[in-house]
Design a protein around this ligand. Structure first.
Ligand code: ZN
Length: 61
């Protein structure tokens, strides 16, 4: 569910496409976020919203 409350940052739950580990990450991550289990890149910084590489399961606000 995506909140329309404004340009607030959010946390999102993503699943690693490699090992299926589910992890909560910051959606404006300023550094690469890696899977804690296998090291696969889950998100890469773009200057704004991070580009999510894994599968987004849920947005948490
Ligand atoms: Zn993984």
């Amino acid at each position: 569910m995506i909140s329309a409350k404004g340009p607030t940052s959010a946390f999102i739950k993503v699943a690693c496409e490699k090992c299926k580990n589910e992890q909560i990450i910051f959606d404006k991550a300023s550094t690469k976020v890696k899977c804690l289990v296998c090291g696969e890149i889950l998100a890469v910084p773009t200057g704004g919203k991070a580009k999510i590489q894994g599968k987004v399961i849920q947005t948490l606000n």
